[in-house]
Design a protein around this ligand. Structure first.
Ligand code: GLA
Length: 392
């Protein structure tokens, strides 16, 4: 078993004085292209990565979930029924980390699926608040665990949807489906092209000779959740306004770049910028897929660079450290493209780099970023990994 799986198992034995019945792994994700478009029914291109949440799990016949969060050394016990109150067995309000577990239990129950009592220990090497979907990984791990405990089946995409509902309605971040999808449906060596309207996807092999490098600025922004919800509301406002002249549109997905240019005049400045990013990013992602299939790393990388400019100037979700990390990366040999990944406001960049130069790139980027910001970044080549599964 992987190291973290063993750590979760040992922590389970200490916490509950018995062996776990199984261990679940659910990965984080990095998104190559298609940023802030999933909740506009666009196309996204994430990969599940080789950093993941691990859950060592056993049944409990008490109708309660007993969870130990190994990384922060905290515990929670809540009843798997009566989850609306968001409180533990003693009536204390659930802390935010515990709401991911309770939210998934709530969402599964609400879908009519039985949620059994559970003992679990959680550990993860997906950095929190870094734009690599640490929370989606945790949610998908819990849903996979409850599926295994219950002996019922649920397709991976349905697992993702249940978890998205937990995030939206229980945790309170109005996120799209991309993160939970990537964690549930990842495939080793592949990027996933998801149509966020039809929820159908295709697995695209990553061309040989290319490395995906993740660079963590180490900046964490608490503002993320509320700013995220503001962006989402601005997109809805754009659709509402554009409908006066484009009555058939359901979402920004339905607006081509040409139509946007012709009809966007009535939008306020801010809403205009937000919507332009989305419309152009959906177009970029569709063009990028052809380039990826044809092995055109230069063309694909250019679209990643364009995406960063758009996220910085139009969607305004970057920050100075992300801009430094991207600007430095773009000047380094072997780098085809660099941009912020995930919701933004801090966290990580994703870089497409020639495999043969990835090591030098990683070292040089770390040195330059440290010199420019005084912060020590975490930069590594990541592998596209499989989606959530019971691994032991
Ligand atoms: C967060 C959300 C996703 C997606 C990205 C931005 O990661 O959870 O649904 O909207 O931001 O692309």
């Amino acid at each position: 078993m992987t190291d973290l799986g063993s750590i979760a198992t040992a922590a389970f034995q200490r916490a509950f004085e018995r062996d776990p019945e199984f261990v679940v792994r659910a990965p984080g994700r990095v998104n190559l292209l298609g940023e802030h478009v999933d909740y506009n029914e666009g196309f996204v291109l994430p990969i599940a990565i080789d950093r993941a949440a691990y859950l060592a799990v056993g049944a409990a016949d008490t109708g309660e979930a007993h969870i130990h969060a190994h990384d922060i050394q905290e515990d929670v016990v809540f009843r798997t029924s009566a989850l609306d109150i968001k409180a533990d067995v003693q009536g204390r309000s659930l802390k935010s980390w515990a709401r991911y577990a309770a939210g998934v239990a709530w969402s599964l129950s609400d879908s009519g699926l039985p949620v059994h009592g559970m003992r679990a220990v959680l550990t993860s090497d997906v950095p929190r608040g870094a734009g690599l979907s640490s929370s989606a990984a945790v949610e998908v791990a819990y849903a996979t665990a409850w599926r295994q405990l219950g002996g019922w089946s649920l397709p991976a995409m349905e697992i993702a949807r249940v978890c998205q509902r937990a995030e939206n309605q229980y945790v309170g971040v109005n996120s799209g489906i991309m993160d939970q999808f990537a964690s549930a449906c990842g495939r080793a060596g592949h990027a996933l092209l998801l149509d966020c309207r039809s929820l159908t996807w295709e697995e695209l092999p990553l061309p040989a000779g290319l490395a995906v490098v993740v660079a963590d600025t180490m900046v964490r922004r608490e503002l993320g959740g509320s700013e995220y919800n503001v962006r989402r509301a601005q997109c809805e406002e754009a659709v509402f306004s554009l409908r006066t002249t484009l009555p058939a549109i359901q979402s920004l997905r339905d607006v081509s770049v040409a139509e946007f240019n012709a009809h966007a005049g009535r939008l306020s400045d801010v809403v205009h910028k937000r919507a332009r990013h989305v419309v152009e990013e959906i177009d970029r992602t569709q063009r990028a897929v052809g380039l990826l299939r044809g092995g055109d790393a230069i063309g694909f990388g250019q679209l990643m660079n364009d995406c960063h400019t758009s996220l910085r100037d139009l969607y305004e979700v970057s920050c100075p450290e992300l801009d430094v990390m991207v600007a430095e990366a773009q000047t380094l040999p072997g780098c085809y493209g660099a941009r912020l990944t995930g919701a933004g406001f801090g966290g990580c960049t994703v870089n497409l780099v020639a495999g043969s130069q990835a090591e030098d790139f990683t070292r040089e980027l770390a040195a330059r970023y440290a010199k420019a910001t005084g912060k020590t970044p975490d930069i590594y080549v990541c592998q596209a990994s499989a989606g959530a599964a019971v691994i032991a």
